[in-house]
Design a protein around this ligand. Sequence first.
Ligand SMILES: [Ca+2]
Length: 539
Amino acid sequence: MPHQNDGVFHKSSVKTSLSGDTQLRCPLKTKVFTMKSMLLVLLGLLAFAQSESMADVNERPNIVLAISDDQSFPHASAYGCKGVSTPSFDEIAAAGVLFHNAYAGSPGCSPSRASLLTGRYPWQLEQAGTHASSFPSKYAAYPKILKQAGYWVGYTGKPWGPGNFKAGGRKENPAGPAFNSKTEKSPFSGISNKDYSGNFQDFLDKRPDDRPFCFWYGAHEPHRGFESRSGLKSGKSLDDADVPAFLPDHPVVQSDMLDYYREIEHFDLHLGRIIKILKDAGEFENTLIVVTSDNGMAFPRAKANCFEYGIHVPMAISWPSAVQPKQQSEALVSFVDLAPTFLQAAGVDIHPQMAGVSLIGHMQGASLERGAVYSSRERHSSSRYMNWTYPQRAMRSGAYLLIHNFKPDRWPAGDPVKLNADGTLGPAHGGYHDIDACPSLTFLIDSRHDRKWGPYLNWSVDKRGEWQLFDVEEDPECMRELIKSPRVKRIREQMMAQMNEFLTSTGDPRMHENGDVWESYIRYSQIRKFPMPPTQIPE
Ligand SMILES: [Ca+2]
């Protein structure tokens, strides 16, 4: 297991101010905040109520969310990652704000996307707070609110999911209606043939009355599987792979990382085409664009874990007509902030269900008064005996990440062994289904007796303590466990008390009497069968 760190622990807290090479203290020139624009919005709403004509409210900004699937925070060239080339992400960052501390709602797709859509924490969303269940219609999602305010709404690619939104009483996906008819030849077998940018053009072509629009570009990349060696075939070299410390710096893993980089570049390619479409239509300046990812990379000890590589995501936001370019922010921001940001930009009241705060004031120069952000997970895949969950809550504050593993007796990556279809016992290490099948996982399992590589499997799949603490500024790979160090006693106690208080006050069932309620929620994806789990890892 990771050794104890006896290094230096006193850290400054995360800065919340913006920095950049432009004048930041600009007056609030945005249409949202001026009397003139408020009048326009009110007049427009009146006109909409009377005739559905949107002519008077078209000054409102368009909203575009570009969300990749499983991309960890360092993996964009704007963050200095050398192996991946993301000129479009970088362009949005240069046109607005590059965020260095953005946290997804959850390290898994469905709960993270639900958190983004509703501005609520996953533990406040019942079935939508766990993976591949349903999405109760009583929770307001921003695309529908904007649709009701007259926006033209749609998505391409991957919306909220996986899961069954109809079972929650909804008629359409909470991301909006689908625009997926355009396809193209995919460059590699692991990459979708959906022509995301072509579908955005189709969405725009169908827009009635030049209404403002709200579009969700949800790439399927870089979700697994990858075409093996697609990174190498694209001209990358193994030296380009920046393998995090929790994975073996071995050619198998390096090549897997390059394939992952290649898929990020596909997401970025279509983002670039969407930017061009917006510019050609004269809409780029008055479009609020958010680029991010729903959770971290699909590698062992990353996705489906509340470690940094599972919940810390890339984020860049531009809105040239209201937000100064070339800004960088160290503020702690969360997915719960995005829906309030979109609604405030659109001049719509922030829904009272929403727990986050709008980022617009911050992007216009104000500091963001927030000491912590939170993330959580419940069930991910079907990975354990009786379809059990592995509940985690995480809090990032200052330099530290605190994780509460509510069921430390369970296997964090899933039970090690599953049952075959005929009910017989499957092979040793044939489980761990909270890790997506991949060459890196296979390498870890195959190398488990190797003197050098053996510990890596343990770091990914072994049981963990109930509480974990990491200094993520010094140790973003979360390899140096600090929870028992006397030198962080005060920080540990403060953070534990604060997280408990926050979860309790925001209604987390884990802090109340119905903590296991998530295990009663239906999973609509595949269900696997597991024996009573072993208490020790098999040979
Ligand atoms: Ca995902």
